[in-house]
Design a protein around this ligand. Structure first.
Ligand SMILES: O=C(CO)[C@H](O)[C@H](O)COP(=O)(O)O
Length: 265
């Protein structure tokens, strides 16, 4: 990793020069005076990568549209970089010339970086809107630092205020009905099997499982609920990330970046 040939070094150098473009939005990307979500994602991703990731670190990368900007930034600015990825982000990593690895070779990560569907005031996250939550939680759990990137639409005081689709729960296919009933009975609301948009049948995860989207009715004690749902036979993982994120970067509508750290208890 440490011996990139001169040609690659030069290429990287040229890319770094090009990166001197302003990271804040240009006027054309504003819509009625506010930053559009795509540009806000980019702001958050670039700020997080620049702050938390150094060359030669082992970095876990999640999935989703926001993480694309983080990988882009990594590919342009970090040399001799090693990434641990989920199945979904594999192509992305390779396209950007980053080195691919896995948890067998690198079970301990310096940093994991990922998007979220919603972030509350305590840094509890809902993740899995894109169907990838178990692998993301494993990767985040292996990292010394778990950093989240999001646009302003994900910023929430309490879960459910912004993300209306519920908490994703990955389940073993044969168990989706009993798990759905158990969740509704114990915690209220409704846990609905996620159906594929472009084909008939349910969404199938990278681990060949199904996803239930639990539309909860009211705020809950998320740590306890997460533990209790995981105890239901057939549940693989939940999209509730409690006490995992060390910092969240929000790209804001006004072109600034807001950070949030966990509350001190
Ligand atoms: O958990 C995820 C995938 O399952 C994503 O991190 C989450 O859905 C955020 O995605 P995006 O960056 O596209 O808003």
């Amino acid at each position: 990793f440490n011996q990139l040939d001169e040609k690659i070094r030069l290429k990287r150098f040229v890319q770094l020069i090009h990166l001197k473009e302003p990271t804040l939005c240009s006027g054309s990307r504003r819509h009625h005076g506010t930053l559009m979500a795509e540009e806000a994602k980019k702001l958050a991703a670039y700020a997080a990568v620049d702050t938390h990731i150094q060359n030669n670190q082992v970095v876990g990368v999640g999935s989703g549209s926001t993480i694309v900007y983080a990988v882009d930034r990594l590919g342009k600015t970090k040399i001799c970089f090693l990434s641990i990825v989920l199945i979904q982000a594999r192509q992305l990593i390779l396209q950007h010339g980053l080195t691919l690895s896995d948890l067998e070779r690198h079970p301990e990560l310096d940093v994991a970086i990922d998007g979220a569907d919603e972030v509350d005031a305590a840094l509890t996250l809902i993740k899995g809107g894109g169907g990838c939550l178990t692998q993301e939680k494993i990767v985040a759990g292996c990292a010394k630092h778990f950093i989240v990137i999001a646009d302003y639409r994900k910023d929430s005081k309490a879960l459910g205020q912004q993300w209306k689709k519920g908490v994703p729960v990955e389940v073993i296919p044969m168990a989706y009905v009993p798990v759905s009933r158990a969740i509704a009975r114990r915690f209220g609301g409704e846990a609905v099997l996620r159906m594929a948009v472009s084909k008939a049948g349910p969404v199938v995860t990278d681990n060949s499982n199904f996803i239930l989207d639990w539309k909860f009715e009211h705020a809950q004690k998320w740590k306890e609920v997460n533990t209790a749902i995981k105890m239901i036979p057939g549940v693989v993982e939940t999209g509730l990330f409690v006490g995992m994120a060390e910092r969240v970067y929000f790209g804001m509508e006004d072109g600034s970046v807001k950070t949030r750290d966990p509350p001190i208890n």
